[in-house]
Design a binder for this molecule. Structure first.
Ligand SMILES: NC(=O)C1=CN([C@@H]2O[C@H](COP(=O)(O)OP(=O)(O)OC[C@H]3O[C@@H](n4cnc5c(N)ncnc54)[C@H](OP(=O)(O)O)[C@@H]3O)[C@@H](O)[C@H]2O)C=CC1
Ligand SMILES: O=CCCC(=O)O
Length: 291
């Protein structure tokens, strides 16, 4: 099966590599074209534009930084819309808001194409090992056609019905994750300031009811000030912004998420946006020092 792949960042590079290694023919495109070279070395073809990729492939997958990037790749000159047609499908796996997804869906379907949103839960390592959780919604026939690819990229795929539901699910999950990261950071600092060993706290947490892969995976690195990016902080802040907007639309007060969002904004203002989102720990350390 031949698929197109747009966006070779942390996630897209790992995901397209998995498809290649598992027998898919893949044609890739990235805004910075030089990032295609590593995939070419593993057998990928390159399209010079998103339109060229769509022209060549029956199904094209994208995973791009944010709503502006997702829209640009579809609507701008040489974009997806120029070549999408009734025999083709477009799957956007970027984390965006439901409104952005619906806008892309309307444009694709108005030209006869099929559209699926399919954001993912899981970060760099699950992308590398094909262990993502895929949160799809939109055209069911395209979902069914994509199941073989999703089986390589992830260990579980969900289909949530109409476009927007996948985006909403992803934002709810990431809102919980980012809020947990703030509480975790405060706990680590509180343990330290009150005379406990924060490494002991990690051990205790891992044995109890709130043990989870995020605390276990990121905690030891955070205590060493190691924030090598798996999920860049600027995206966690983007996701909090989009999740709070979803809360606004539903008139839902979310005071904990709002406070967490402010911490991520603070971290970006400190220049930490390209580090892993666990670097928000630095804002908690600063606040606790100054009080
Ligand atoms: N990293 C993670 O752990 C996870 C990330 N996500 C989501 O997946 C998406 C991608 O994340 P990730 O791979 O980490 O991000 P990266 O920053 O590593 O990659 C971003 C990609 O988007 C491209 N891009 C940015 N702006 C534009 C634009 N205007 N036009 C065209 N292409 C553009 C970049 O191209 P270029 O190389 O030229 O800059 C690059 O290919 C985001 O929506 C993120 O929220 C979801 C789950 C986990
Ligand atoms: O969007 C980033 C999510 C990271 C994760 O699910 O571990």
């Amino acid at each position: 099966m031949e698929v197109g792949f747009l966006g070779l960042g942390i996630m897209g590079k790992a995901m397209s590599m998995n498809l290649l290694k598992n027998g898919f023919k893949v044609t890739v495109w990235n805004r910075t074209l030089s990032k295609c070279n590593e995939l070419v070395a593993h057998g990928a073809s390159v399209g010079q534009t998103p339109a060229e990729v769509v022209k060549k492939c029956k199904i094209t997958i994208a995973i791009l930084s944010d709503p502006a990037a997702a829209l640009s790749v579809v609507f701008d000159k040489d974009g997806v819309l120029e070549q999408i047609c009734s025999s083709k499908g477009y799957i956007d796996m970027s984390t965006v808001d439901p409104g952005t997804s619906c806008k892309i869906s309307e444009a694709i379907t108005s030209k006869g194409g099929q559209f699926l949103e399919a954001p993912v839960s899981g970060s760099k390592q699950p992308a590398e090992t094909g262990q993502l959780v895929i949160l799809a919604a939109g055209e069911k026939a395209l979902y069914d056609a994509a199941v073989p690819a999703f089986g390589i990229l992830g260990n579980k795929s969900f289909f949530f019905g109409q476009v927007g539901n996948g985006a909403k699910m992803k934002l709810v999950v990431n809102m919980i994750m980012a809020s947990m990261m703030i509480t975790f950071s405060e706990g680590l600092v509180l343990a330290d300031r009150s005379g406990l060993n924060p490494h002991d706290l990690l051990d205790v947490l891992d044995l109890g009811a709130i043990a989870n892969p995020m605390f276990k995976g990121k905690g030891p690195a955070m205590l060493q000030n190691n924030y090598s990016p798996a999920c860049p902080l600027k995206y966690a802040q983007k996701d909090m912004r989009l999740a709070l907007a979803l809360g606004d639309e539903n008139a839902l007060p979310m005071p904990v998420a709002a406070a967490a969002s402010e911490a991520f904004k603070k971290a970006r203002s400190m220049g930490l946006g390209d580090l892993d989102f666990s670097a928000v720990f630095e804002t908690v350390k600063v606040l606790k020092h100054s009080s």
